[in-house]
Design a protein around this ligand. Structure first.
Ligand SMILES: [Zn+2]
Length: 120
């Protein structure tokens, strides 16, 4: 039997960590946005601007995956409350204790997860 309170705590911890990561990235991103608007359009700034753009793109990608993970944790938490936790969102089969131990926020069973990954 799954210890729901321990699980909820684990999910909430991960959620807090992700929220902090997103907030930090938000701060970085708005900072780099300010930088680029303040910068004068001289040639010597081109390389700097390109590097800043790349940084920004990397940060946006990290932020995007952090947000996706956060949404997944929220779904897992909601399912913990509704009683659907541990069942696959797609096929309704049990996700399996071994998988949940590694990925407590998993909302798909291994088979559906693989099938989803193959689509990309
Ligand atoms: Zn499934």
């Amino acid at each position: 039997m799954v210890d729901r309170e321990a699980l909820r705590q684990q999910l909430m911890d991960e959620r807090g960590r992700l929220n902090q990561e997103i907030a930090e990235l938000d701060a970085d991103l708005s900072e780099s946005l300010e930088d680029s608007t303040e910068e004068s359009p001289y040639d010597q700034h081109m390389a700097e601007t390109a590097a800043a753009t790349l940084d920004r793109e990397i940060e946006l990608t990290i932020q995007e995956s952090a947000r996706a993970a956060l949404a997944q944790i929220d779904r897992a938490l909601a399912r913990l409350d509704s009683g659907g936790y541990g069942r696959c969102e797609k096929c309704g089969k049990p996700i399996g204790a071994a998988r949940l131990e590694v990925a407590p926020f998993a909302t798909l069973c291994v088979d559906c997860k693989r099938a989803e990954e193959r689509q990309f």
